[in-house]
Structures are given as C-alpha cells and as structure tokens.
Ligand binder design. Structure first.
Ligand SMILES: Nc1ncnc2c1ncn2[C@@H]1O[C@H](COP(=O)(O)OP(=O)(O)OP(=O)(O)O)[C@@H](O)[C@H]1O
Length: 307
C-alpha cells in the first residue's frame, strides 16, 4: 500500500550538503503497524516528512496505492511529538479536532459525529469544551491523536509522539494506539527512539542504519496480537526481540551498515539471546538526547493530514 523506493534526501545550504537519507526502500501492507527505529540523526523525521508529502525527496519515490506522493495525501494524518505546538491554544479541544474536518468540507452533522467518536475513543469525551492549555501533556497528546483519527486516515504517521510524556501516560498511550489501530484498521508507521516501545507496538520493526541511512534490518514481531504491558513485556520472546533490535542499532551506530542478513522474518531464536539479552536496552539513542530537526513544517496544522 505504501511504497518507499530508493528514497534519498540531501539538504543543502550554507555551502554544504548533508545527506540525511541515502537509499531507503521498504513497503507497508494495508493495515500494517510498523515501527521505525534508528540512531539519532539517521533521518527518521526526514523520512516521515517525505512520506507525508511535506518534503520532496532528492531522489527515489513514495507511492500510496501506486500513486506518487507529491503533497500531503488526503487520506494520511500525521501526529508529531510536540503536542504543545501542534494544537491551537485559542480553539477548544472540539475546535482543534474539528478543524481538519472543516478543511475537508464535511457537513456539520458528520463533523460532530466524527469529533464525538474520536474524543470518546481517546477517553476525552468529557473535555471537548476545554482548551488545550487546561489539559495535562498526556491529554494534549490524546487531543492530537483524536484529531488524526477523526480525519479517518487510511495511513497514520507518528513521529515520536510519546517522547515528552511520563512513563505511565506513555504506556497508556501505547495501548491506546494499538486499540485504535485494531479498531480503525489503519496502516501505521510509528517512529520511536524507544526499542521496547517499538517491539511492544509493532508487527514489524524497521531498523535504520546510521547516516548515510539505509534499512539495516526489518524485524518481524511474532508476539501475539493481544498485548498487555505486563505479560507481553515480561515474555521471553519480547526480551529476545528487544535484544535483537538493540544489537542491530548498536551495529548501526558502530557503522556496521547494511542488513544483518536476518531478513524480514529472521529475528527469531537465531539470536539465542535469552530472556535477559537486551536488558536495559530501552533507548535507541543511548545517551544521546534529542537532536532532530524541528523545521518549519512541524507547524500546527500538520496534524490531521493537510495543511
Ligand atoms: N532542514 C535541515 N537542513 C539541513 N540539515 C538537516 C535539516 N533537517 C535535518 N537535517 C540533518 O539531516 C540529518 C537527519 O535529521 P533527522 O531529523 O531526519 O534525523 P532523526 O533520525 O529524526 O533524528 P533524531 O532521532 O535525533 O530526532 C541530520 O544530520 C540533520 O542534522
């Protein structure tokens, strides 16, 4: 459904060129939930901007249902990390969620129905008349998620959406996303620094190499579909998968480059890492902090698919 083929992006300016992404090729099937991890600065945000049509790649292509993406596609929504910047403070929660639906020119009764459904789905049915600044960070991020799903996207892109919330809220939001994905049958591409989060959420974890960026590994997450923060995360298979992804990221950071040879489904017991293999491997970045570009196209209206 979503085809990224030979994608390359080079930024140029001030007399120098930065090759953010060298050559990325992968495909997402309809209804798939894939997580994308990789070392800091490897081009995850750049990739999402190209996939969402907010930025033109230097070479290669992105296609949705075989049609080239040259601008924000109408059936795609994006949720960014900075919920504070993605919501309009002068609009109520309802107003924020409804805005892209007005742009879509939906009739009022349909808008009301979609807004009610989305707020209910994220547990904010009671908060419609409040303003974003009256809500906690986790609630604000729920508003951003509600805005995205009210839009009824076929594809939902998420760029580290939970990086700024506390651990408990983050766990709740992870479960919320899996629940919404199952309920609305969306195709989801979810970027995260957090290896545990990637394994917990995804059916697949795509590991990017360090810059110049290629797909280092594509790991099939063969955990049961019904996931639970306690049982799933304490399963031996979860630890094996997390260890495998952790090792791939270390390889990527150390310039290991190129696919590990395990292939899309090859994560398995081949690693033989045992239940403790990846202990502490929670963060793809290690000690690195946030370093991504917050370009102007992370503007508020980006959430919801169209600007
Ligand atoms: N607008 C820009 N102009 C020039 N270089 C840029 C721009 N945006 C990003 N880059 C560079 O491109 C590379 C990839 O950046 P990007 O933000 O896509 O990576 P990332 O994997 O999302 O990073 P992080 O994990 O730290 O958020 C980095 O070297 C970055 O400095």
């Amino acid at each position: 459904m979503l085809d990224v083929d030979g994608l390359r992006k080079t930024y140029s300016g001030r007399g120098r060129e930065v090759e953010a992404v060298r050559d990325l090729t992968f495909r997402l099937g309809e209804g798939e939930l894939a997580c994308l991890v990789g070392p800091s600065g490897c081009g995850k945000t750049t990739l999402l901007k190209c996939v969402s049509g907010l930025m033109r790649p230097t070479a290669g292509s992105v296609a949705l249902d075989g049609r080239p993406v040259t601008g924000p596609p109408p059936d795609m929504a994006v949720v960014f990390q900075e919920y504070g910047r993605s919501l309009f403070p002068w609009l109520t929660v309802r107003g924020n969620v409804e805005l892209p639906l007005k742009e879509k020119r939906l009739p009022k009764p349909r808008r009301r129905e979609l807004v009610d459904g989305a707020l209910e789905a994220v547990g904010l049915g009671h908060a419609g008349s409040q303003h974003p600044w009256e809500l906690s960070g986790g609630m604000q991020q729920r508003v951003a998620i509600a805005r995205a799903i009210a839009y009824e996207p076929r594809v939902l892109l998420m760029d580290e959406p939970f990086a700024a919330v506390d651990a408990q809220t983050r766990a709740d939001l992870e479960d919320l996303i899996r629940g919404l994905w199952q309920r609305f049958s969306m195709t989801v591409l979810f970027v995260t620094h957090d290896i545990d989060e990637a394994v917990y959420l995804g059916q697949r974890v795509i590991v990017l190499s360090a810059s110049p960026t290629v797909v280092q590994d594509d790991v099939s997450v063969d955990l049961p579909d019904e996931r639970d923060q306690l049982t799933t995360r304490s399963a031996p298979r979860f630890a094996e998968l997390r260890a495998h992804v952790y090792r791939e990221i270390q390889n990527a950071k150390n310039g290991g480059g190129g696919p590990s040879g395990t292939g899309a489904t090859g994560t398995g017991g081949a690693e033989g890492s045992g239940a403790d293999g990846g202990g502490g491997a929670g963060d793809a970045e290690g000690a690195d902090g946030e370093g991504g570009a917050d370009g102007p196209d992370r503007a508020p209206t980006a959430t919801g698919g169209r600007r």
